[in-house]
Design a protein around this ligand. Structure first.
Ligand code: GDP
Length: 297
């Protein structure tokens, strides 16, 4: 399960001071050093760790903790609050267009989980929010990708717009939005192509789609298992496309969790959803506070 290493380590660190009636400045320093190591081991971005530890230390050495009757509990509270803030504080909701349809563009590297997440998101929008999404197949380079989306559409009994592999992705996206208007679909989820690495041609294509359909959301899908790489990928997609949010996939796997803790701080963009498995109902809204609680056990 995700965060296991980090959770174990933070818990044992915290246990050391929870029993104490009074904590000294030295205790706090030792604890923050342990927290720092645990975060670095979990592959959290170096600079993010440094800033976080500075904030935790400032608050933990402050009156709030030192003069409390339960200083250990207070320290945990501080760490939890800071982890929550780091991951974006509040849960971040999907933007809704003033005029239907709301257009969501899914972007990301190959294998990150874009196509699967497009299906999951459509499913969630229908189930939880009673919406009628249209899926659009814009990955023309991998014929199997169109087929994959069509199969998802069949499973979900949801419409999929495709124009095969000959049309241009930007035209497919534009036509999909028109089709959604005609058919009264209130969301369009555009599944775009991925590459193994960030690549100029791909970025140009994505920018063209962005200009043409003016999406309300651009969700970057990243694989939590790739740790620090996921953060680098998020940084470059954000620079080039000004993404609006991140979907972190494969959080059910054995990830060390660093990506979840770094992405918001590094890109300024919130994690909006978390992929918790391969099945179509395994997508959850990302709650920073719940995630922080999970990490702290
Ligand atoms: P794409 O190339 O970005 O479109 O990636 P796909 O949607 O084809 O997904 C790649 C693989 O990751 C597939 O085998 C998916 O089933 C798997 N996958 C996607 N999201 C998750 C997730 O949240 N958890 C797990 N365990 N697997 C996932």
């Amino acid at each position: 399960m995700a965060f296991e290493g980090l959770a174990d380590r933070l818990q044992s660190t915290i246990k050391k001071i929870t029993g104490k009636g009074k904590v000294s400045e030295q205790d706090v320093k030792e604890m923050t050093r342990e927290v720092r190591l645990a975060l670095l081991e979990a592959d959290v971005n170096f600079k993010v760790v440094k800033d976080l530890i500075t904030r935790i230390k400032e608050r933990a050495i402050g009156q709030e903790v030192m003069e409390s009757l339960t200083p250990g509990q207070q320290v945990i509270k501080v760490v939890k609050e800071e982890l929550t803030t780091l991951m974006g504080g509040e849960q971040s909701k999907i933007a809704v267009a003033d005029r239907s349809p709301t257009v969501i563009m899914m972007v990301g590297l190959q294998g990150a989980g874009k196509t699967t997440t497009s299906g999951k998101l459509a499913n969630l929008l229908r189930k939880k929010h009673n919406r009628a999404p249209l899926l659009a197949a814009c990955d023309i380079y991998r014929p199997a990708a169109i087929k994959q989306l069509e199969i998802l559409g069949e499973q979900l009994e949801m419409p999929v717009f495709s124009m095969g592999t000959e049309a241009k992705p930007v035209d497919i996206a534009s036509k999909a939005v028109e089709k959604a208007k005609e058919d009264h679909n209130d969301y369009v989820i555009i599944d775009t192509a991925g590459r193994l690495h960030v690549d100029t041609n791909l970025m140009e294509e994505l920018q063209q789609i962005k200009t043409a359909v003016k999406p309300d959301e651009i969700f970057l899908v990243v694989d939590a298992m790739t740790g620090q790489d996921a953060v680098n990928v998020a940084e470059s997609f954000n620079e080039q496309l000004d993404i609006t949010g991140v979907v972190l996939t494969k959080l059910d796997g054995d990830t060390r969790g660093g990506a979840a803790l770094s992405i918001k701080a590094v890109t300024g963009k919130p994690i909006k959803f978390a992929g918790m498995g391969e099945k179509l109902d395994e997508l959850e809204a990302f709650h920073p506070e719940r995630m922080a609680s999970r990490i702290l056990g």
